[in-house]
Design a protein around this ligand. Structure first.
Ligand code: ATP
Ligand code: MG
Ligand code: MG
Length: 532
């Protein structure tokens, strides 16, 4: 077993690489700049960093840019930013495209040694031949002819473009990845780094082992669903006479009801089902950050289960529960009342002009400061709370004190339209059953806000091969609830996490403007989804 796992005293895992020498380990994180960083990539990045640090070695960040049709500078920039955000940095940032010249020379060398051939078999036939273990009609094309065709490919001519270059490994090896994989393809799309210099591009299968070896990588971390490809990786190194690299594989991270594929996420963006790559329903680093995930919880979570070799199908709850532990001690507490059918309420014995008291924003953590709470004889209650009230009963107004219910007016539909209370501050709050949220209601006392909660984007727990994305879209996955909130929320900044008491944790997504209210996104707390 390649994996050595033991628990240290903190209960965290220590994982060891094989053939690792202190001070000599070089790992690399090789994202393709074809989308934004998602939580699966974050795992790969953090694990590469973890090993580089543990062995006092080096981490390379390499943009794996071999397919100009999918890659963009925009993606590269965002990946750099997001890596920095999760604390993954390196002073060695490279591109697979930096090695295009060397790879081209190595491809020529392979052709000359009879280890590669050009093939114009159509895709479908090629797939079928590979499945059945039948050699291609081009397999024995003479070296001279292959060199000629490869030159056409390099120029991107019509003839050249009808070919690809394949490694001549085996037509029928039991390991399907060894059946003469494609190593070069034509593409006329300009490349975001090399422009129109190249018309031929190496495939990942060819480029990855070469660049790993040339860049001095000692340990290449890969997700274990590619284990079959290891033989091919080693074949390339051996046959090109390159330095050996140790492959260390780890499990892919998957989450229920979640797509972790840039191509599929791009589809949601293109079809405007989400607002962008940072949509709070997206498993991108930006998406989960926007929904209130802290980097601290994310890192702890990933490193905690990083050692597992099983293909993981994870629930989101545990990650959000860890996140809650980070935000709860520091999230200021505020009050919000659902605006729909909210109930006006008059309180006898309460101040007839607003009076203010400074209260801690967090009772258990006074260090985070004070807020100004307004006390006034005009307040609003939530319809749901008002409905449960009975004339004569005693209740507790949160952060204020007790009151008697003196009158409850209802309309024909049974909705409460107004409530009269009488303050009874001598009453014991320990003896009341109902603790009710309320808000002094008047100019500058309560402000509008919008609460947004989300459901999963897709309806299927585990997406399978052959599933059509359009059949899996949750019809409605965004829920907006207008509220009025205490005016202290005006002090919050975009990105601040807070709690609306009795409602849950929220993150301020956008501050109020002259025409739009502040918008808060609900932060899942790891308990069953709570929709306001
Ligand atoms: P995607 O399908 O999302 O594009 P990918 O593997 O093609 O995924 P890359 O940009 O090539 O995306 O991945 C960079 C690194 O991240 C690779 O080492 C890859 O193995 C790793 N990685 C990608 N997805 C996951 C995941 N879900 N769990 C763990 N590691 C992952
Ligand atoms: Mg990839
Ligand atoms: Mg992919």
């Amino acid at each position: 077993d390649k994996l050595k796992v033991k628990s240290n005293e903190q209960g965290k895992f220590e994982i060891g690489l094989t053939e690792a020498e202190m001070g000599r380990v070089v790992t690399r994180f090789p994202p393709e700049p074809s989308g934004y960083l998602h939580i699966g990539h974050a795992k790969a990045a953090l694990m590469n960093q973890y090993f580089a640090d543990t062995y006092k070695g080096k981490l390379i960040i390499r943009f794996d840019d071999t397919n100009p049709s999918k890659e963009k500078t925009e993606f590269e920039d965002s990946i750099k930013e997001d890596l920095a955000l999760i604390g993954v940095t390196s002073n060695h940032v490279s591109h697979t495209s930096d090695f295009f010249d060397q790879m081209y020379e190595l491809a020529l060398k392979m052709i000359k040694e009879g280890k590669a051939y050009c093939d114009n078999t159509d895709q479908e036939t090629m797939r079928d031949e590979r499945t059945r273990g039948i050699p291609s009609k081009c397999r024995d094309t003479p070296v001279e002819k292959n060199l000629e065709i490869f030159e056409e490919m390099k120029k991107g001519t019509d003839t050249g473009r009808s070919f690809c270059l394949r490694a001549k490994i085996s037509p029928d090896d039991p390991n399907g990845t060894m059946r003469d994989p494609v190593i070069y393809r034509c593409n006329l799309t300009p490349h975001h780094h090399t422009g129109d210099k190249w018309k031929v591009y190496p495939t990942y299968d060819f480029a990855c082992p070469i660049v790993d070896s040339l860049e001095g990588v000692t340990h290449a971390l890969r997700t274990n669903e590619y284990r079959d490809r290891n033989a091919q990786y080693m074949w390339m190194l051996e046959n090109l006479g390159l330095r050996k690299v140790v492959i260390w594989d780890f499990s892919r991270m998957n989450f229920v009801y979640t797509l972790l594929s840039k191509r599929k996420l791009q589809w949601f963006v293109d079809n405007k089902i989400v607002s962008g790559w940072d949509d709070p329903r997206f498993p991108t680093v930006r998406g989960i950050r926007r929904r209130g995930m802290t980097i601290e919880a994310l890192k702890e979570y990933i490193l905690m289960q990083g050692a597992s070799q099983n293909v993981l199908m994870l629930e989101w709850d545990k990650l959000w529960a860890m996140n809650k532990k980070v935000i709860d001690p520091v999230a200021p507490r505020h009050t919000a009342i659902v605006k729909d059918k909210m109930v006006q309420c008059t309180i006898q014995g309460a101040p007839t002009t607003p009076e203010f008291k400074e209260l801690p924003k967090h009772k258990k953590n006074p260090a985070i400061g004070l807020k100004k709470t307004a006390y006034f004889n005009k307040i609003v209650l939530e319809q749901e709370d008002a409905k449960s009230l009975e004339v004569g009963e005693e209740l507790t107004l949160m952060d204020w004190g007790n009151a008697f219910v003196r009158n409850v007016e209802k309309n024909a539909e049974g909705d409460v339209t107004s409530v009269d209370l009488e303050l009874h501050l001598e009453g014991d709050f320990k003896k009341t059953k109902k603790k009710i949220s309320w808000l002094a209601f008047g100019a500058n006392l309560a402000v509008d806000a919008l609460l947004v909660d989300y459901d999963y984007l897709i309806t299927k727990k585990k997406v399978e091969e052959g599933d059509e994305l359009k059949d899996l879209i949750t019809p409605v996955s965004e829920f907006k609830t207008p509220v009025v909130a205490d005016a202290n929320i005006k002090d919050l900044k975009k990105g601040d996490a807070m709690q609306f008491e009795r409602k849950g944790y929220y993150i301020l997504d956008s501050v109020a403007t002259a025409t739009t209210p502040a918008t808060f996104i609900q932060i899942p707390d790891g308990k069953a989804a709570s929709i306001a």
